[in-house]
Design a protein around this ligand. Structure first.
Ligand SMILES: [Cu+2]
Length: 157
């Protein structure tokens, strides 16, 4: 409880909201994709915003469930940042706010798009700077027990 509230408060700052996609819209383009063969969940079009070491960044991608079983993202593991979680962006009285999203359901045969101004992977306190062309690696932990590895390429939105 305390943790999620502190994340919310931290993300309410203009700087973090900008890092999360409240700035100019971007399109997914043809960023390098990563996929996991073992599990039904595949990740494509993964990219991450450039940011300095110690700062926040956000990653975007498409989660597609090509399996026959529904699955749910229940966490994120990464060496790229001190903290990583899924956030959703909400508009409240004309202001953008972000809040941690504890789980992301991916029904069988469906896909979920994480994009600027919407749901995103929040990376807080990067361990090293992300410059254009750099890769940020993280993994989606699934309720099925699998982890889907992701390699997001850094590019400007
Ligand atoms: Cu965020």
């Amino acid at each position: 409880m305390t943790r999620s509230r502190s994340i919310f408060v931290g993300c309410a700052s203009a700087l973090l909201v900008a890092a999360c996609g409240a700035g100019p819209d971007g399109t997914a383009g043809d960023a390098t994709a990563a996929s996991a063969v073992r599990v039904g969940i595949q990740v494509t079009e993964a990219w991450v915003r450039p940011a300095d070491s110690g700062a926040a960044s956000a990653a975007y991608l498409v989660l597609a469930n090509r399996g026959v079983m529904a699955d749910t993202v229940v966490g994120i593991v990464t060496e790229a940042a001190e903290s990583a979680s899924v956030h959703e962006t909400r508009q409240h009285e004309g202001t953008m706010h972000m809040a941690a999203l504890p789980t992301v359901a991916v029904p069988a045969g469906a896909s979920v798009t994480l994009a600027p101004l919407g749901t995103h992977v929040m990376l807080l306190r990067l361990r090293r700077a992300l410059r254009a062309g750099d890769t940020a690696a993280f993994g989606f932990v699934l309720s099925s027990g699998d982890t889907v590895p992701v390699r997001a390429v850094t590019r400007a939105p």
